[in-house]
Design a protein around this ligand. Sequence first.
Ligand code: FES
Ligand SMILES: [Fe+2]
Length: 418
Amino acid sequence: MTTERDHGAWTTEEAWIETRKPLDQTSGLPAECYTDADFFALESERVFARSWVCIGTVDELEGRPGPSDDGPDRRAILARTVAGRSVIVTTDADDRSRGFHNACRHRGTALVDCDGSIGSTIRCPYHRWAYALDGRLIATPRFDDVPLADFDRADYPLHTVRIEAWGPLLFACLDDDVPPLADWLGDLPARLDGYQLGRWAVRDRATFTIDANWKLISENFQEYYHLPFVHPELAKVSPVADHYRFQGPGMYCGQCTTPVSGEDRDEWTAMPPADDLSPSDAASGRFIALFPNLLLSVLPNHAFAMILQPVAADRTIETGVWLIPPNACPTDDEFAATRDFWIEVNSEDIAIVERGQRGLGHAHYTPGRLSPRFEEPLHRFHNLVADRMTGIARIPGGDGGDHLDRHGSGVNPLPWEP
Ligand code: FES
Ligand SMILES: [Fe+2]
């Protein structure tokens, strides 16, 4: 789609005047933010290259093959994409997660094609330069047959990428100036502490290719205006009137449902709940859009994480991961009921966001107003995008509130002031 807007303008506050207005005056983002290839490229650099981006789950690094017949133990190595760059992730001898740009320091060859396993070194397939698990260059076959001037292997380690974990989720950050993941998460770990998500295990995964911009998918996850119309069955266990703010400081947009009802559909309550939950956690669904690309639903007896990987303005790969608390051990049938329910709900969401993408791309659309009651999280989300696009590195605070707010029974809405 062509646009008359100067693409450089997206890095100035003038481009975001409508977004910066208070909740009851604001509008959605312009169509170009979802459809324009130049905006997508700029957003990749200013948002995804400067954020903690979810790239998978910790267990993917732990799933190592055993000792091979002809060598030492092997360990998992992952190849993931962050802001268009290929990143490899593995563990060192001390089991610390390590991330590197996927390019040999000789002539740039991609070291790894896809997820797999390695021994004690990362070896380039081209001229067999080898790197230790901490990234040091340790072998350069026949490179000094004729001596080079001023060549020291120590000057050519792999370029590192920051890797951190939050519970079962794995994150990468390309920018050394972004604060640690703990700062990015804000009060989320404290809010969700009662679930002890670090002990939950991955039960299943599924991948979806969605013909829609990543922000449309995130926005659709965050707002509950569409629930009764797009998900009549979901609305029976997550009624729109029982949605509340769940918002504190941190790079996330949160809301929750209290109570999660099992009266009409029982798929969400088929599995046993986690042990020792507080009365609030035991009765609630927590829905967190951790900026930019993790959509996390935490229920008393399972969690469903959706990890978004933008591949084009109008295409996103979504990886869904189901997590189960350690005591649950659901049968295959019990788990299948929950899984199939999510697949059903997700299919409805995919259909509507793809339809939204088609409308944004085809129609003469100008942004419409947002519902303060049902679309409040989008206002915060749009301002997080605007912050990154304009180079503002702040991590926003919460929007006030007391103990009741934190547990999903606060007044709704309270607008967030950018
Ligand atoms: S490009 Fe990797 S060893 Fe030559
Ligand atoms: Fe939905």
